[in-house]
Design a protein around this ligand. Structure first.
Ligand code: C5P
Length: 439
């Protein structure tokens, strides 16, 4: 169960921006849901949006004049565009087309909606909607990353059937899901959105340690046991963390990846080496993320010389012993000096149940659960989907959850880092607040 029951849209001044995509027809329902939830809603439509839905529809639903043009003397005489930008506590763009994202990522102000976005410093959310190939294009992904850096919250996109007949990521989230996501964002930033400073993630003070890649468990001087982990997810996490200004240590098993600039990389091979490096790094880390695919077992004895093929035995027996659980060791170390610990759970069924069990059993603070049975996602792939689960603090009681739809690992990584940072500060606030003061 999520903690969204704590937030409300009642009285929140929302500027709903609609750009020109087929999903614009859903924006009418979205406007209704926002009104029903108690928000004050004003709508701004781009020229393209008006090809899909009329301003009159939105005017009837919101009871407010819909703005479409920057250079409209009559509308400006009522509420000028800067006044409108100041009025909005939350800007929600749904749908956000590839073109609009590109213009906002460039800081353009070539129509009313983009101008308002530049002039406003409240909470910014957008629900991208476009064809799957357009969404996957490196230019769009780069724009999405840049927008997130500027403080935009990207809600979705979802994956599935598209209006053009394609199947893949790029569908706009359903209006109900958008409203739920807004409530989550409002919960994260307090009961009301209030200012750019609150939603720009500041990790400059933090040290984040991340384990990544596989481990290699030697059998003799030339052979080892290992797995197919590519390290891409862990490296993407390191990149996202360093982009947010954190000091980042990456404890890496053998992978064929470049170290992201600014990241301190420690190379290890076996699980025992990884444990040693992790324990050393954890001492002064604020967040510890165990993303490595650590081998569960290692050879009991490493042969001093190359194991020879026997001419009279058809079978060879290797005795394996269990490796230590690195993340559990860190999570269960002295409570006062222990970092906020984030683990991963790759499951093929009962994702949430097994992940919650792992969260509790290993005493983690947050877990990133992946359904590794889904084709094209996870191990070795560039994309992944995830379910984030975290323990509730004392005054939240229930664990929190955030579902992240299939998207490039780089974008997913940014959301995981942001959520971990937010949860860390929620936990810190909790521990610095005597329980008698908790309301
Ligand atoms: O138990 P399981 O391997 O599914 O747990 C996965 C999580 O535990 C990952 O975060 C992984 O990095 C971590 N792990 C570890 N040491 C191990 C095994 C797993 O840190 N020996």
């Amino acid at each position: 169960m999520s903690q969204r029951t704590h937030a409300s849209l009642i009285g929140t001044r929302i500027l709903l921006g609609i750009s020109g995509g087929i999903a614009a027809y859903k924006s009418a329902h979205l406007a209704r849901l926002l009104k029903k939830a108690g928000a004050e809603v004003r709508v701004v439509m781009t020229e393209g949006a008006q090809a899909f839905i009329t301003p009159l529809t939105l005017q009837a639903l919101t009871g407010e004049q819909v703005r479409t043009s920057l250079l409209d003397p009559e509308a400006e005489a009522g509420m000028g565009h800067i006044e409108l930008a100041r009025w909005a506590e939350l800007i929600l763009i749904a749908p956000a087309t590839a073109d609009l994202m590109a213009r906002l990522a460039q800081g353009q102000a070539d129509d009313l909606l983009t101008t308002l976005c530049l002039a406003n410093d409240a909470l910014w959310c957008m629900a991208p909607a476009m064809n799957q190939a357009m969404w996957r294009h490196p230019a769009t992904l780069e724009n999405a990353r840049r927008l997130e850096k500027y403080g935009w919250h990207l809600l979705g996109p979802d994956a599935g059937d598209q209006a053009c007949g394609d199947v893949g990521p790029g569908r706009m989230l359903e209006p109900e899901a958008i409203v739920n996501e807004l409530l989550d964002r409002l919960t994260d930033t307090g009961s009301k959105p209030s200012g750019l400073a609150q939603h720009a993630t500041d990790a400059a003070e933090l040290t984040i340690t991340i384990t990544a890649g596989p481990t290699r468990e030697p059998l003799d001087p030339v052979r080892y046991l290992s797995n197919h982990s590519s390290g891409k997810m862990g490296y993407a996490l390191a990149q996202a963390a360093v982009e947010r200004g954190a000091r980042v240590r990456l404890i890496s098993g053998p992978v064929a990846l470049e170290t992201p600039p600014g990241v301190e990389r420690v190379d290890v091979e076996s699980a025992l080496e990884m444990l040693e490096a992790a324990q050393k790094a954890a001492v002064d880390s604020d967040i510890f993320i165990g993303c490595a695919a650590v081998a569960d077992y290692r050879a009991e004895q490493i042969a001093e010389h190359k194991i020879k093929k026997s001419s009279d035995e058809d079978a060879l027996t290797l005795r394996l012993v269990k490796n230590p659980d690195i993340i559990a060791t860190i999570a269960q170390s002295a409570v006062d000096s222990r970092p906020f610990v984030v683990g991963f759970a790759a499951e093929t069924r009962d994702l949430e149940r097994y992940a919650l069990d792992k969260l509790t059993r290993k005493q983690l603070d947050m877990i990133v659960a992946n359904d590794v049975g889904r084709p094209g996602l996870g191990f070795g792939a560039d994309e992944n989907a995830a379910l984030l689960l975290w323990r509730g603090t004392e005054n939240e009681a229930a664990p929190g959850r955030l579902e992240l739809s299939p998207q490039p690992k780089t974008m997913l990584a940014a959301k995981i880092i942001d959520t971990a940072i937010k949860r860390l500060s929620a936990t810190d606030e909790q521990s610095s607040c005597p329980s008698s003061q908790v309301t």
